[in-house]
Ligand binder design. Structure first.
Ligand code: AMP
Length: 416
């Protein structure tokens, strides 16, 4: 039997209502803040991610689904949404619009990671980006909006971790300082960390290795090396979150998987999730648009995983799908089938959820099936345009003209 590829999953009808809750909540909460929906292609030129996300990142080094399109062009299934949105911003001249340009998206993303609970090779993210402003209000607004979305979906996000990475210049200086520190403690580091001191020393903070973690506790922290403008920006972000009553923890060890971040970075985590505890996160990426050959354009954004949100939300109430009307046929005969077909169509046009018997069951079988579906009413279409309308709640039934079926149901459903 052919199965779905490893790390992927089918979204079955049972989970549609929960996923719709995420989408509707995002639409409402982000829409109310002036964010407008954008969708970009599922694949992009590989260079967009190599340049945008960063050559040295795990995403680019190990996790991209990259292929040749047959015409010698290298394409990649998108592993993240920020670089594509920035590409679209430039491609459509959005810098000529009033800034900031506020956008949100919801779609599938792809990373060749080792699958486990909450970590898939195809997953969905909802994301928001505010492009063309560097004010701390923007960062705080985005963080508050993500908190509201998580709340609306019922996510128990226990922690908001917050940090600032400063500017690339500060980071470059700090990087050297950190590299010197790591070299001085090489013998206590995990092999993987030691081999990447020169390529990406920041990832040492991310290591699961005990020895490395012990070394990193005393490592120099970027937060202590911020220049005055970055420190003031970060202080203002924090003040705004304090005013908004949103608790956070300063976490100087917070590292994110993309190179494009500058200044503010943040992540919401939930203990409901186990090892893959990140529900959503993001930060400021003031240099990304320039990396993509655009003009200097400060921006900030986040992405949250739909599956992780739903895992962290636990059991959401299942809104039952009500069937208002099941159209049964007294006998099979051309006239009845046509009348039943037409009645079902009209019922749907009148706004009812209506289903027609489609498998040729006996009348008894049809009534049993209607009961299983939870149908509120059954209309048994018989000879000569007469139907028996049965109220499945009270068990009452009466004969009526087929034309009266829909009005009767609409009247009945308006009653308390
Ligand atoms: P990132 O784009 O890495 O900042 O991730 C943002 C969010 O997307 C994370 O907090 C997760 O909720 C979700 N996410 C990232 N990678 C995966 C994955 N492989 N499977 C499921 N969700 C993911």
């Amino acid at each position: 039997m052919i199965q779905a590829p490893r790390g992927t999953f089918d979204i079955l009808p049972e989970s549609a209502a929960q996923r719709r809750l995420v989408e509707d909540s995002a639409d409402r909460i982000l829409g109310a803040a002036g964010y407008r929906r954008i969708e970009t292609p599922t694949f992009e030129a590989t260079t967009l991610f190599a340049r945008g996300v960063g050559e040295a990142t795990d995403i680019v080094q190990k996790e991209m689904y990259t292929f040749d399109d047959g015409g010698g062009r290298s394409l990649t299934l998108r592993p993240e949404g920020t670089a594509p949105v920035c590409r679209a911003y430039l491609e459509h001249g959005m810098r000529k619009l009033a800034q900031p340009v506020k956008l949100w998206y919801l779609g599938a993303f792809f990373r060749a990671e080792a699958p486990q609970r909450g970590r898939y090779r195809q997953f969905w993210q909802v994301g928001a980006e505010a492009i063309g402003t560097d004010t701390p209000e923007t960062d705080a607004e985005l963080i508050v909006l993500l908190a509201e979305l998580l709340d609306a979906v019922g996510v128990k996000a226990d922690r908001l971790r917050l940090s600032s990475l400063g500017t690339p210049a500060t980071r470059a200086e700090y990087r050297e300082e950190l590299q010197a520190y790591l070299h001085a403690h090489e013998d206590q580091l995990a092999d993987e960390v030691r081999s990447r001191i020169d390529l990406n020393p920041f990832r040492a903070f991310d290591s699961g290795d005990r020895g490395t973690q012990a070394v990193m506790r005393d490592a120099p922290k970027l937060l202590d090396s911020l220049d005055p403008a970055d420190a003031a920006h970060f202080a203002q972000v924090r003040a705004l979150l304090d005013d908004a009553g949103l608790p956070y923890e300063l976490d100087p060890m917070l590292v994110r998987g993309m190179d494009y971040y500058t200044r503010t970075v943040f992540e919401f985590t939930s203990s409901e999730l186990g090892a893959q505890s990140g529900v959503g996160g993001g930060g400021r990426y003031d240099g990304l648009i320039e990396l993509l050959d655009g003009p200097p354009t400060p921006a900030c954004g986040w992405a949250a995983g739909v599956e992780r949100m739903l895992l962290a939300a636990g059991e959401l109430p299942h809104p039952s799908e009500l069937v208002d009307l099941f159209v049964a046929l007294a006998r099979t005969g051309t006239g009845e089938e046509q009348r039943g077909f037409e009645l079902t169509r009209q019922a749907r046009r009148a706004g009812l959820q209506a289903q027609l018997e489609l498998t040729g069951r006996s009348l008894k079988g049809q009534l049993k099936h209607a009961d299983r579906l939870g149908a509120r009413f059954v209309a048994i279409v018989g000879d000569n345009g007469v139907a028996t309308l049965k109220d499945m709640e009270s068990g009452e039934q009466r004969d009526t003209e087929v034309e009266n079926v829909i009005p009767s149901i609409l009247r009945a459903e308006r009653l308390p």
